[in-house]
Design a protein around this ligand. Structure first.
Ligand SMILES: Nc1ncnc2c1ncn2[C@@H]1O[C@H](COP(=O)(O)OP(=O)(O)O)[C@@H](O)[C@H]1O
Ligand SMILES: [Mg+2]
Length: 227
């Protein structure tokens, strides 16, 4: 798995609300911590890399293939089968138990969840939620919801992990454990892992720290004049 962004620009409505990233390459078996102040474009970069948002310009190459060339159905399939995504807000499905949050993608993919149920319970236990398997989002704390969302992102062993602020609502010792879990999975499965974070514990566990400001500064130097 490899992920490469070249000349990616995202405009929201007007040209002055834009995020530009040039030549960001993320290799396998490496966890990158994406740092930078709020509003610097970390979540936007992840959304573009995760085929959730089409960039206004530029290329997003997944294993050398430009996501822009894919149909919506192909993009949905890439998200389901190759990409593990954790939203900053968690984005759990209301009304489903923690176990079913993980199994939802199995159902959608047309597979039978029976053999996956035990694995889902193990995955939740690994993030410290063995005692919350049947709880619904409404019954979980913010930190617990984040851990369900992280377990879900990792669940079907995707090779591209895009993780947005995974430790924002957990305590310090849990943050260290979650960071170690992500780093361990990255090495074990040779994943490309990009984690947007403010957390020194995550940055410390990462193989590389990339500051959004550096990427944006590069982009400003080389971008064509404003339109
Ligand atoms: N849906 C949207 N509509 C308009 N502007 C947006 C939208 N999403 C993000 N932005 C803008 O894009 C910039 C980067 O946001 P974001 O990627 O969320 O930053 P970060 O994750 O680093 O806090 C911000 O200026 C934000 O206001
Ligand atoms: Mg963000």
């Amino acid at each position: 798995m490899s992920l490469e962004l070249t000349g990616v620009t995202v405009e929201f409505g007007s040209a002055d609300a834009r995020t530009t990233v040039l030549d960001a390459t993320f290799g396998p078996g490496r966890m990158t911590a994406l740092v930078g102040p709020s509003g610097s474009g970390k979540s936007t970069l992840l959304a573009v890399a995760g085929a959730l948002l089409r960039p206004t310009a530029g290329q997003v190459l997944l294993d050398g293939e430009d996501l822009a060339g894919l149909s919506d159905a192909q993009r949905a399939r890439a998200r389901r089968e190759r990409i593990g995504y954790m939203f900053q807000s968690g984005n759990l499905l209301s009304g489903l138990t923690a176990v079913d949050q993980l199994l939802a993608a199995v159902y959608i993919g047309g597979r039978r969840p029976r053999t996956h149920r035990t694995r889902a319970e193990e995955a939740l236990t690994r993030v410290g939620l063995g005692h919350r398997l049947r709880h619904r989002p409404e019954q979980l704390s913010g930190g617990e919801r984040q851990r369900v969302a992280l377990a879900r992102a990792l669940f079907l062993s995707p090779k591209l992990l895009l993780i947005d602020e995974p430790t924002a609502a957990v305590d310090r010792s849990q943050a260290g454990e979650l960071a170690a879990l992500l780093a361990g999975r990255t090495r074990q499965d040779d994943c490309v892992t990009v984690v947007a974070t403010h957390d020194p514990a995550v940055a410390e566990a990462a193989d590389r720290v990339v500051d959004m400001a550096e990427l944006a500064a590069d982009a400003t130097r080389t971008a064509p004049p404003g339109r």
